[in-house]
Design a protein around this ligand. Structure first.
Ligand code: THG
Length: 370
């Protein structure tokens, strides 16, 4: 098929790093939270190999922040997620699914606690700002909910620690996973967290003033010269190997939190009130009907996935695959698929239908093993 162009206009928000992203030769964008999200500079395989060996700088400003601050901030954040947030310390981040009153997934953000009464909800692609403002208003809560001028810049890859230590000092190596510090880079105040959407390790730098975006990029870029730094982006191959699911693709507002493998990030008996409690209890009694699974298809690389591909058992559709990449490590195609519970067991043999052709597929555990 012929390549298509994404038309850029002010309705598609720019990021504070866009000039550098262009200079580095960006070839394709996607749209995320009504903002551009750079996708490819060269190609996904080349970028995957570089990411796993070196260090990359990613413009992930499209991961917008929803700030919740005020006396009722904790109560409000507790309401919107089945994860217990009270134990999260200032300086800590937690991965927390957001669920509505029916238990349906609204988003799967990282939540940062900046103060006892102040949070950033670092969102995936859906309108969390309007949802949370609506709840705060409807319940008359004493809290401010807004989108601050904050843009994450990710530094990912095995050389990320060396790069950041050269830039800020050896102490950054001591920042634990999902913890953050407040510091300053190139004259601009930033939040520096050990996190990021890859399994290769690294940091996310939350810029707090768009006007300083290029200065921040340039400082990181200069420190990265020793380490063959390149511009990159969340990588499809790497994120499938690591098992990172993408909201909007792999799970949507049609799916219940109990269907998406979020159990590790939920405390269903938490003392604080949360909107999904009744729905979760009811569905636990009934049992879920579908589950988000890992699916492997050996053989040659499959084409790019544009629409969800049907998954079949004995000729009947039992679910749909939503993401796919060929993994050099496993020498197989890795997919996420929402499957009927009766087939959602590692080891189950199924078929995948790709443009009219059927191929063998096998359900795997969440580490692509058995
Ligand atoms: N960084 C920031 N904001 C984000 C993302 C990010 N918002 C949108 C999206 N990504 C949120 N989704 C995820 C999903 C998984 C992880 C991070 C963000 C993640 N998971 C680890 C894992 O699965 O191995 C560990 C989670 C844990 O155990 O606590 O890192 O990337 N700022």
């Amino acid at each position: 098929m012929n390549p298509v162009e994404l038309v850029l206009s002010p309705r598609l928000r720019v990021t504070p790093f866009e000039a550098r992203v262009r200079e580095q030769g960006i070839k394709s964008y996607t749209v995320y939270n009504r903002m551009v999200l750079p996708v490819n500079y060269t190609d996904t395989l080349d970028e995957y190999q570089h990411l796993c060996a070196n260090v990359q700088v990613w413009d992930v400003a499209a991961e917008r922040q929803v700030e919740v601050v005020g006396p009722d901030a904790l109560e409000l954040v507790e309401l919107i997620t089945p994860r217990h947030i009270a134990p999260c310390e200032v300086g800590q981040c937690v991965y927390a699914p957001l669920a509505d009153q029916d238990g349906l997934v609204v988003n799967d953000p990282i939540i940062l606690r900046l103060a006892q009464d102040r949070f950033w909800i670092s969102i995936a692609d859906s309108d969390v700002l309007l949802w949370v403002k609506g709840i705060a208003y409807g319940r008359g809560m004493e809290v401010k909910v807004f989108e601050p001028d904050v843009s994450p810049l990710a530094v990912q890859g095995p050389k990320a620690d060396d790069l950041m230590a050269d830039l800020l000092g050896e102490h950054v190596r001591d920042i634990r996973f999902f913890r953050f510090i407040e510091t300053n880079i190139a004259g601009t105040d930033v939040v520096l967290a050990r996190s990021g959407w890859s399994g290769q390790g690294g940091f996310e730098i939350y810029l707090q003033n768009s006007a300083d975006g290029l200065a921040l990029w340039d400082a990181v870029w200069a420190a990265g010269q020793k380490y063959q730094v390149r511009a990159g982006s969340p990588n499809l191959i790497e994120r499938l190997e690591t098992g990172l699911k993408s909201y909007g693709s792999d799970m949507t507002h049609d799916d219940h939190v109990l269907e998406c493998g979020f159990e590790r990030y939920m405390h269903l008996d938490k003392p604080a009130a949360y909107m999904a409690r009744e729905s979760v209890q009811a569905l636990q009694q009934q049992g879920v009907k579908k589950r988000l699974c890992h699916l492997m298809v050996p053989g040659n690389p499959l084409p790019g996935l544009r629409e969800r591909w049907p998954v079949l058992e004995n000729g009947s559709v039992v679910g749909f695959a939503s993401s796919c990449a060929y993994s050099p490590k496993h020498e197989a195609n890795l997919l996420f698929a929402m499957l009927s519970v009766n087939v959602a067991k590692p080891g189950t043999s199924l078929e995948l239908e790709v443009s009219g052709n059927r191929c063998d597929a096998i359900v795997k555990d969440d580490r692509w093993k058995s």
